[in-house]
Each structure stands twice: as structure tokens, then as C-alpha cells.
Design a protein around this ligand. Structure first.
Ligand code: CMP
Ligand code: CA
Ligand code: CA
Length: 448
């Protein structure tokens, strides 16, 4: 379940499962917090407050507890065993003392990491965990009180069956990815790329869509679908959203505000950015926009907020409130991936929509599907009636371009012209004519 497309397990690990299971924690987990302990070190004592759990990466650890006034060894744990988890689950003091038997290396899982996952987990699962733990504690104290020779209970606590192994591997992998994301944010590895949105009237760029990219230290550049889901789960989306917003405003302040030299002087360059359902629901999102726009001193009408139909419909009331507020501050609103969601057209009235971005699937089908052509014709007419601009997304081939021109799109973007580019390269496209626009101008609005 590698969520980072850029990371793949080595062939050795894939091809030799036995070897892999022996060294189940591969060196690829290089951003985890680790602790090395000398033989005899007390890692924590019974009764202490616990702030982390551990997985043994190397070495052995003894778990012991006082039973009827005597220290009793409860378990000897080895490589890949987990301990210290109980105190994190129910916030009780450490139930036992942990001591390193030899030089050990431990992966440290902090309380905040666990709490975040617990809070995000299904309540039933949390309930099960609590109940099981309470039963364990009750049983332990019952046995402690009734059995004279507690030593008889010393057992192998490893419980290391395949299911546990798989779960643990997934959990550690996820922790590693989360830590990577956090470090990437700290190190500034996230960048905002800009994809030109070209005017079909002039052939020059009219604006740009800002998209997030993660440039990893090895030079690999990841797209949002490789990391955004996890970032949302981790609550990092607010920070990432602010980053995109700030960079978009910064881009606006370097892009000519008078449409300089692109053949459409009446239309200043705009930048559009994507807002997810989670971001729409975030407290203070409108204030963030206002602050960023004021801070950069840019004209808010040059900023376009793209929201998918799905995001609009997740909580239409919240979406309407936020979008109308953004609109009242002068921003523009676009419906992203138009035609792919399951929503009724009535939302075009309910939300302050300025732009329809027709999904690439319709554009791709234009040359071959009469049905798509009919839908696209209807959509461009609808947009015209409602006084909205229409953008064709994902234009990759000349025949698609010819058809989007024919059907009266005002704007289009796609790999035929340019992929998302780093800011300096995007700015360099400002005076570039991407294609010879058709002689007879199509009915269109140049800018959103
Ligand atoms: P915690 O209570 O946080 O700290 C002590 C740890 O010892 C506990 O979590 C478990 O990880 C471990 N532990 C407690 N009781 C046993 C047992 N009977 N066998 C093995 N490990 C135990
Ligand atoms: Ca988009
Ligand atoms: Ca899109």
C-alpha cells in the first residue's frame, strides 16, 4: 500500500519475501524517529506516564512488573515486537517496566501520532480497543490477586502471526510516509507550478492554473494525487492550501496585470487555484484569501477559485456561504471537472459561478464521439446563456483543439500547449503565441 507513487520497494524486497520478512523494517524507513539503548537501560518504569510506544528494530527488551511485591518477568520481546502501547491507548500509567537486554534499536512512535490516528479511527474500533484493554487490565489484576506464583504466567508475548505482521508493516509504512510529508513541508519541498490557460481567440496565455507539486530530494516530482489524500488525513491541507494561495498571489504580482503583450490587453492574467471540500469547510478560509490578496496587493478579480461538483455537493450550504463571501470580496469562481459529478444543474444558480471548466473526458472524446460533441455544444451554449466563460481541459491533440475552437470555447489548457511549469518558466510563456488562432473569432469571453 505504497501511497507515494514515487517510492517502490526494491526488487530484492519484492522478489525474496523470506529475506524481506527477516529484515521486515527495510532501510527505506529513513525518516522515522529512532532510539538506541545500551544493554541494561531502563526504557521506562512501571507507573510512569507514557508518551510513546516502541517497535524493536534490533535487540531484545524485557518486560517486568511487580506482582505481590516481587518483580516478575512478563515477557522477553525481540525484533519487530511492539511495546508501550497500553499507556497510549487509555492514558493509564505504564503497566510494566521495560529494560533493554542488549544493545537495542527502537522505532519511537509518539503519543501525538497515535492520538491523531485514534481520533480519526472509527468509534467502534476505538471502543473495541478500549474494551479489550480494560479486560486485559482487569484480568491481570485478578490473576495477580489470586495466583500465588505469578511466575507461572510468564509467557511468550510475541503474538506475531501473519495478520499482526501485515498490520504492523502497514502502520510503520504509513508513519514513515507521514513523517516524510511533515519534513517535506518543513524543508520547503512543496512547489506551486502554473499551467498556462490559453485564449482561443488570440492563441496567447490568458491565465494559469496553480497546482501543487512535491519535489523530493532525489529530484522526483510528485503530483497531488500521490500525497494529498494522506495530507488531508493528517490535517496538513490547511498549510498546503495557504502555500498555494500565497504562491498564486505572488505569481499574480509578477504576471503583467494589464495582459501585457498577449494580444488581449483588456484581460489581465488570472491565476486559478483549486479548493477542496475540506478547505471549503475550514474555518477562516475566506479570511485567509483576503489576507493573502491584501498582503500581495493584487486585484482579487484576477484570482479564480476552482471547485469540483463533488466538493460543492459535499456540503452545499457551506460551499454556497464560502463562495458567495469570496465573490463579495471580488474573487471569481469556477466549476472544475464540469460534467463528471453527480449534481443537478440548479447549482449553477445557487453558487456564484463565473467559469465552467469542461472535464478532459469530454474533450478527449470530441473527435470520436457524436454524443460528446452534442453535450459539449449544449454546455458551451448553456455557458453563453448564463454569461460564464468555458475552459476546455486536457487538450492534447490538434484535432481536439480544432473542435474546441469550433464549439466556441473561450479558453483551453492541456499538454498540447504546456504542462504545469515552475514559476519562471510559466512567466516566460506570457508573450508566447501557442497556436495560430482561427481567423474567424469564436464567440467567447476572453478571461473569466
Ligand atoms: P504500557 O503499559 O504502556 O507500558 C508497559 C508495557 O509493557 C505495556 O504498555 C505493554 O506494551 C507491555 N506489557 C504489559 N503487560 C505485558 C504482558 N503481560 N506481556 C507482554 N507485554 C506486556
Ligand atoms: Ca483544477
Ligand atoms: Ca480539472
Amino acid at each position: 500500500m505504497a501511497r507515494f507513487r514515487g517510492r517502490r520497494r526494491s526488487e530484492l524486497e519484492q522478489g525474496i519475501p523470506l529475506l524481506y520478512s527477516l529484515f521486515w523494517i527495510s532501510p527505506m524507513f529513513d525518516s522515522l524517529r529512532r532510539q538506541r539503548v545500551k544493554p541494561g537501560t531502563i526504557i521506562f518504569r512501571e507507573g510512569e506516564i507514557g508518551d510513546c510506544a516502541y517497535v524493536i528494530e534490533r535487540g531484545a527488551v524485557e518486560i517486568s512488573a511487580l506482582r505481590q511485591g516481587e518483580s516478575v518477568v512478563l515477557a522477553r520481546l525481540g525484533q519487530s515486537d511492539l511495546f508501550g502501547e497500553m499507556a497510549l491507548i487509555d492514558d493509564k500509567p505504564r503497566s510494566a517496566t521495560a529494560r533493554a537486554l542488549d544493545a537495542a534499536r527502537l522505532i519511537v512512535i509518539s503519543r501525538s501520532q497515535v492520538t491523531r490516528k485514534m481520533d480519526a479511527a472509527d468509534p467502534l474500533i476505538r471502543l473495541f480497543l478500549r474494551v479489550i484493554l480494560r479486560r486485559l487490565r482487569t484480568t491481570t489484576s485478578l490473576i495477580d490477586n489470586t495466583v500465588q506464583n505469578a511466575r507461572a504466567l510468564v509467557g511468550d508475548a510475541t503474538l506475531d502471526d501473519t495478520g499482526v505482521r501485515t498490520l504492523r508493516k502497514q502502520a510503520i509504512e504509513l508513519l514513515d510516509q507521514e513523517q516524510r510529508l511533515e519534513e517535506a513541508l518543513r524543508r520547503g519541498e512543496f512547489e506551486v507550478f502554473l499551467q498556462p490557460i490559453v485564449s482561443l481567440k488570440s492563441g496567447y496565455p490568458a491565465g494559469f492554473e496553480a497546482v501543487l507539486r512535491w519535489r523530493q530530494p532525489d529530484g522526483n516530482v510528485l503530483e497531488p494525487d500521490a500525497f494529498l489524500g494522506l495530507a488531508e488525513e493528517m490535517g496538513l491541507v490547511e498549510r498546503l492550501g495557504k502555500l498555494v494561495l500565497e504562491r498564486s498571489c505572488a505569481a499574480l504580482s509578477v504576471l503583467p496585470g494589464d495582459g501585457g503583450g498577449n494580444g488581449v490587453p483588456e484581460a489581465p492574467f488570472f491565476v486559478s487555484l483549486n479548493l477542496s471540500a475540506r478547505q471549503l469547510a475550514q474555518a477562516g478560509v475566506v479570511e485567509d484569501f483576503v489576507a493573502a490578496i491584501d498582503g500581495a496587493g493584487v486585484d482579487p478579480s484576477r484570482l479564480l477559485v476552482e471547485v469540483t461538483e463533488g466538493a460543492l455537493m459535499e456540503d452545499p450550504e457551506v460551499a454556497a456561504r464560502v463562495l458567495w463571501r469570496l465573490k463579495s470580496h471580488g474573487l471569481r469562481v469556477g466549476v472544475d471537472d464540469f460534467g463528471t459529478g453527480y449534481s443537478s444543474l440548479s447549482y449553477l444558480q445557487r453558487f456564484p459561478v463565473d467559469v465552467l471548466k469542461v472535464d478532459r473526458s469530454f474533450v478527449t472524446a470530441l473527435p470520436t464521439s457524436a454524443g460528446s460533441r452534442k453535450i459539449v455544444r449544449a454546455v458551451t451554449r448553456l455557458a453563453q446563456e448564463l454569461d460564464m466563460a468555458v475552459v476546455a481541459e486536457g487538450v492534447e491533440h490538434d484535432d481536439e483543439l480544432a473542435l474546441v475552437c469550433y464549439f466556441g470555447f473561450g479558453l483551453c489548457q492541456g499538454f498540447l500547449f504546456a504542462p504545469p511549469l515552475p514559476l519562471p518558466e510559466a512567466v516566460a510563456t506570457v508573450g508566447r503565441r501557442f497556436f495560430d488562432a482561427p481567423a474567424a473569432p469564436q464567440p467567447e469571453r476572453v478571461a473569466p
